[in-house]
Design a protein around this ligand. Structure first.
Ligand code: ATR
Length: 282
C-alpha cells in the first residue's frame, strides 16, 4: 500500500478489534480503485472511546466505522444522528463533516437488504410475513429494514420475551412478539426466516429449529458468516429452501462509509468475497 501526505483516512473502532474484517475489506477497495487512502483498526477500550472519537476530526480523519462494544455509545456521542440510527439505537458509520462535526448513521439495515437484493433478486418483502430469531443489536437493524421494506408482518421470536417486546415497542410497525417455545408454529406461512442470534457460531450449540412448517419457497438467511454455511442454512437448503449467507451483509454495510470517505461507490463482487474470506481462514 502506497500513500502520500494527502491520503484520505478512515478506520474502525472496536474492543477487541483484531477480528474485524473491515480493514481488509476497505483495504481491498482502496487498492482496487487506486485511491490514496488508508483504513486502520482502532483498538479502543470503552473508557477511552469518547476521547478517541472526539480526536477523529483533529487528526484529519474523514470518519470511521464503529463496532462492538461502542455502537450505542457512538449514538449518544455524535453531533448529528440520522433517524434510522436513532430508531435502531446504534451508530456504525461516522462521517466527519467539513465543520469537524461527527455525523452518525447505521448502515446495517441497508447491508441486510442489499445482500438479499443481490443474492435473491426474486424475493419480495410484500409477499408474506418474516420470522426473525433473536432480539439483540443485529435484530434491531434487521427488523427496521424489514418493516421499512414493507413486510406485512414481522414475527419476532426470542428466548427472552421481554427483550423482543422492548424492541417491538421501540421500533413500532407490524411486529408480533412470539415466545421461543412457539417457534415451530410461528414459521407457518412465513416468506422469510432470518437468524440474528449468535447460535451457530463456532463454540455455540447449533440452532435447533424445526423447519417443517416453513413454506418451501420461503427464503432462509443467517447473519452468521463463520461458518459460511451454518447448520440452519444447510438444513434449509436440504429442504429445498433458497438460502442467503451472512457475509454479504457485512460487505454491503461497508459501502456507504467507503463512498462518503473515499469518494467512490465500491462494488461487492465475487473477487471481494473470496479476498475477505481468505482473511477468515487465516
Ligand atoms: P447482537 O447484538 O450481535 O445481536 P446480542 O445482543 O448478544 O448480540 O444478542 C444475541 C441474541 O442471540 C439474543 O437475541 C439472544 O437471546 P436472549 O435475548 O434471550 O439472550 C440470542 N441467543 C443467545 N444464545 C441463545 C440460545 N442459546 N438460544 C436462543 N437464543 C440465543
Amino acid at each position: 500500500m502506497l500513500i502520500t501526505g494527502n491520503a484520505k483516512l478512515a478506520g474502525v473502532f472496536g474492543w477487541p478489534v483484531g477480528h474485524s474484517l473491515s480493514p481488509r475489506l476497505h483495504g481491498f477497495w482502496l487498492d482496487r480503485y487506486g485511491i490514496d487512502g488508508a483504513y486502520v483498526p482502532f483498538a479502543v477500550k470503552q473508557d477511552d472511546f469518547e476521547m478517541a472519537l472526539r480526536t477523529l476530526p483533529k487528526l484529519g480523519f474523514r470518519g470511521a466505522n464503529v463496532t462492538v462494544p461502542h455502537k450505542e455509545t457512538a449514538l449518544a456521542l455524535c453531533d448529528q444522528v440520522d433517524t434510522l440510527a436513532e430508531r435502531i439505537g446504534a451508530v456504525n458509520t461516522i462521517v466527519v463533516t467539513p465543520e469537524g462535526r461527527l455525523r452518525g448513521s447505521n448502515t446495517d439495515a441497508f447491508g441486510f437488504m442489499e445482500n438479499l437484493t443481490q443474492e435473491a433478486p426474486a424475493w419480495r418483502a410484500e409477499t408474506g410475513p418474516a420470522a426473525v430469531l433473536g432480539a439483540g443489536g443485529a435484530a434491531r437493524a434487521i427488523v427496521a429494514a424489514l418493516v421499512d421494506a414493507g413486510v406485512p408482518e414481522v414475527r419476532l421470536i426470542n428466548r427472552t420475551l421481554k427483550r423482543a417486546e422492548t424492541l417491538a415497542d421501540n421500533l413500532g410497525g407490524p411486529i408480533t412478539v412470539v415466545p421461543w417455545a412457539e417457534l415451530t408454529e410461528a414459521l407457518g406461512g412465513a416468506n422469510l426466516l432470518v437468524n440474528t442470534t449468535t447460535q451457530g457460531m463456532p463454540g455455540t450449540p447449533p440452532l435447533d429449529v424445526n423447519l417443517q412448517a416453513l413454506p418451501e419457497q420461503a427464503m432462509v438467511t443467517d447473519i452468521i458468516y463463520t461458518p459460511l454455511q451454518t447448520d440452519l442454512l444447510k438444513d434449509a437448503a436440504n429442504r429445498g429452501h433458497p438460502t442467503v449467507g451472512g457475509l454479504g451483509m457485512l460487505l454491503h454495510q461497508a459501502r456507504p462509509g467507503f463512498s462518503q470517505w473515499f469518494g467512490r461507490e465500491p462494488e461487492v463482487d465475487a473477487e471481494l468475497r473470496s479476498f475477505v474470506l481468505s482473511g477468515l481462514s487465516g
